[in-house]
Write a protein that binds this ligand. Sequence first.
Ligand code: NAD
Length: 487
Amino acid sequence: MAIKTPVTIAYGNGIGPEIMQATLNILNAAKAHIAPEIIEVGEKIYLQGNTTGIPENAWESIKRTKVLLKGPITTPQGGGYKSLNVTMRKTLGLFANVRPCISYAPYVPTKFSHIDLVIVRENEEDTYSGIEHRSTDEVYQCLKLITRPGCERIIQYAFEYARKFNRKKVTCFSKDNIMKMTDGLFHHVFREIAAQYPDIQHEHLIVDIGTALIASHPERFDVIVTLNLYGDIISDVAAQVAGSVGLAGSANIGNQVAMFEAIHGSAPDIAGKDLANPSGLLNAAIQMLVHINQPEIASLIENAWLKTLEDGIHTGDIYSPAHSKKKVGTQEFATAVIERLGQKPSHFNSADYRPGAYTKIECYGEHSKIHSKKVLVGVDIFIDNSLDITADELAAKLAKIHGPLELIVITSRGLKIWPNSSIEAPYLRHCCCRFQSAKDINDLQSITHTDIITLLAQLNDLGFDTIKTENLYTFDGKLGYTLAQGQ
Ligand code: NAD
C-alpha cells in the first residue's frame, strides 16, 4: 500500500466546512494517499484575540506537513486583524501564486470557449511589502520593492512550470516603459531567463495592453508571469472573462511549503445551506495532488468532475436551463462526482497528468551573482515645504549650503520645478532637492555619509523639515537612479 502523505487541512469559515467536507469525500472515494491533519485558523482564532488568525499548533502542523489545503477565511470587520493569506505567504515564503484559468463552455457561460491560461503571480514583493508612510498633510507614499532574486525565482518558476505542464509560451507583463528600474529589472531578468528555455516561446507586453488582450483575446495566452499587483488584478479579469470565478483553484507555492485554496471567499450569504459549489476547492485539491506527486488520482478526480459538468449536474451558481439537467446542493454534487470516478469527459479534453513528470519545482534566484562597484555620489532630500515659498526662493535658500554637494534640481512628484521651469504654479509642499557631487553625471565623485549628515544639519539650521532621504549611488559607473522628468 502506498504511503499516505500528511496534509494539513483547514476547513475555514462560512461555506468552508461544507465545501471542504465535499472535497474530502471525493478525495477519500478516489483513494488519494493522504493523511489529513485538521487545524483551526481564521475567524474563531481572530475572535480569541490572535490578530494573525493562526495559532501556534497550526503553524507547527503546516511547517511539518509542508502542504496546506485551506477553505476560505472570513476576516472579521474592524481594526487590528491581519490578512491571514498575506501572513502565510510571507512567513512560509510562498513566492508563487499559480492560478489556472479555464473556460468550461457551454456549461459555464463565457464569450470565449477555449481559454486555458495560467497566471504565475509574484507573491511577496512589489507594493505588497506594505511599507507606507504619510509624509505631509497631503502626501502619502507606498514603497515598491523589487529584488533580483525575487524576479529570478518567479520567472524561472514560470518557465519550469511551462516545461513540466507541456505549455508552449510564457508572456511577461510589466510597466517598464514608466517604471524603468523596478519593472525594468523584471523585464530584463525575464529576457535573461527566457534565453535558458529555447524550447518555450516568450513575449513581453506592457501590462495595460496585456490586460486589455486578456479581456478581448484571452485564448492567445498560455502562461503569464507578472509582478504582484498586476497579477492580483489580471487574475480576477481572467477568471471573470472565463466565467469561472466560482470554479477556479489557486496554489501558493514556496520552496518548502505549498498552500492550496479556492479563489472565492467564505460566502457568508449562503453558508450552512448546502448551496455552495465545491468546485473551486476541489480544483485546488487537484493542484495539490499533482504537487504531492499523485498525478493519476488528480486526473481521475478531474475527469469525474468534468463529466459531472457535462452531464448537467450543477450547483445553483452555474445552473442554467439550457445546459443543466439537475440542480444539486454541495453534498449531492460531490456524490455525483464520486459516482463518475473512472469515467472520462466527452466534450472536454481529458485530464492526463503524466506520472513522474511533476517533480517539485524549486527556485531560489542567485543571491551572490552580482558584486558591483557601488559608489555614493549624492542624495535626494525630500522636504515638507511648509514655508510655501517658490522654487526659486527655495533654491536661493539652499544656495547657502556649503560642502562637496551641489543642488542640481528640485522636483515635485518627479517633475522638475527648478531650474528653468516653465511651470506656473508648482505644487511645492512635497518636493525633492537633488544634491550631487557634480552637475554633470559623467563627473560624479565619491562622497561620504558624513557629507550627507553635514548637509542635513545645515538644512535643519535653515528651518527645513526633511521628511526623507534617498542616497544616490552609481553601480559600476551606471546611475542607480532615474533622472527627473524634464531634467
Ligand atoms: P465571496 O467570494 O465569499 O462571495 C461573493 C459572491 O459569490 C457571494 O454572492 C457568494 O454567495 C458567491 N460565492 C462565492 N463562492 C461560492 C461558491 N463556492 N458557490 C456558490 N456561490 C459562491 O466574496 P465576499 O463576499 O467579498 O467575501 C466574503 C468573506 O470572504 C470576507 O470575509 C472576505 O474577507 C473573505 N475572503 C476570503 C478569501 C480567502 O480566504 N482566500 C478570499 C476572498 C474573500
